[in-house]
Design a protein around this ligand. Structure first.
Ligand SMILES: Cc1cc2nc3c(=O)[nH]c(=O)nc-3n(C[C@H](O)[C@H](O)[C@H](O)COP(=O)(O)O)c2cc1C
Length: 313
């Protein structure tokens, strides 16, 4: 007969395994909700972008919708009034993939928007060149909009250069350089095609099933991965001798962790988005990763003569 102790251990293991499998599975939104209006005249493209890739792709989406005759507003979520979303006939939301998921500052914002029942919504992500849970992240973004009553039309993922500064700062430059030209003209063309396809879906009343894949990265996405990165960082601060008080690091920081005047960073609040180090024009934001000095996106572009192609809007 199975002893009580073994029964308990087996039960705990089963529950833990089910929890892991449950987390690793992506959530599913079934097509079927009805789009309120099949004629789109106004559109919003809203994104979160730290180094500009998601913004550029968003502008390419906006440009395609403008060309198709829609009146389009677009911008970073921090400049968009949450209460304005329900006035648009179609909405696209774009996010970078950070730590295998939609960055928590953007998902929090989307969770706090008023209901947009029956509004057709499209979701896109930009990601760091090679697979980093981009498909599941795009599904997660669509789900956040569906949770608010949005009707998903589809998702897209755009491969870009990774802005994860720890990779090149640790010497792994080639992996990043492989994708250094992205987003490029092809990316903007693909973004435009995506925008037109989403518009056609509205006119035909086509909604999409959004279901993520089984992926173990879903288990470690977000907080566990951020925590691991945090443990490997030392000396995160602003060097006040180099700082020119431009405020770019403070604006990039979505959790108000930086006081550039004092040169301090509240590492408890920090979510390791690297917005500070990636946007500082003078290299005044300092940190070490595994004991190596980290340098940001702007410096990486300069060092490797990388010039970004801008989309036309
Ligand atoms: C803090 C951080 C975490 C990242 N995590 C991932 C990831 O988990 N998977 C991935 O494919 N790319 C990852 N990337 C790369 C970004 O998704 C990619 O560079 C994106 O295009 C940046 O968009 P943005 O310029 O709009 O901020 C990460 C980049 C940063 C800065």
């Amino acid at each position: 007969m199975i002893s009580r102790k073994i029964f308990l251990i087996k039960s705990i293991i089963s529950i833990a395994a089910l929890t892991v499998i449950g987390k690793a599975m992506g959530k599913t939104v079934k097509a079927g909700s009805t789009i309120k209006s099949l004629k789109a005249r106004t559109a919003l493209v809203v994104w979160y972008s730290q180094t500009g890739h998601t913004e550029r792709v968003g502008k390419a989406v906006a440009a395609a919708w403008k060309k198709a005759g829609l009146k389009v507003d677009y911008g970073d979520y921090r400049d968009i009034d949450k209460n304005s979303l329900s006035k648009y006939d179609i909405i696209a939301a774009g996010s970078p993939v950070y730590y295998y998921e939609v960055p928590e500052n953007f998902s929090e914002w989307l969770s706090a928007i008023p209901y947009i029942n029956g509004k057709p919504v499209a979701a896109y992500v930009t990601f760091g060149g090679e697979g980093g849970n981009q498909f599941n992240t795009a599904c997660e973004l669509a789900n956040l909009l569906a949770d608010k009553g949005g009707v998903p039309l589809g998702t897209a993922e755009f491969s870009c250069m990774s802005a994860y500064a720890f990779t090149w700062s640790s010497g792994n430059v080639d992996r990043i350089l492989k994708y250094s030209d992205r987003p490029n003209k092809n990316t903007y063309k693909a973004a435009g095609d995506f925008a037109i396809k989403m518009l056609a879906n509205v006119e035909q009343g086509n909604t999409a099933d959004i279901s993520g894949n089984f992926d173990l990265r879903n288990v470690i996405k977000g907080s566990p991965s951020i925590l691991i990165s945090k443990l490997l960082i030392t000396g995160h601060k602003v060097n006040t001798d180099k700082c020119i008080s431009c405020g770019k690091c403070e604006r990039a920081c979505t959790v108000n962790a930086i006081n550039s005047a004092k040169g301090t960073v509240d590492t408890g609040k920090c979510i390791v988005c690297l917005g500070c180090i990636n946007n500082c024009p003078t290299g005044a934001v300092e940190m070490k990763f595994l004991g190596k000095q980290v340098y940001g996106y702007r410096e990486f572009l300069k060092k490797n003569n990388i010039i970004r192609v801008e989309p036309e809007v």
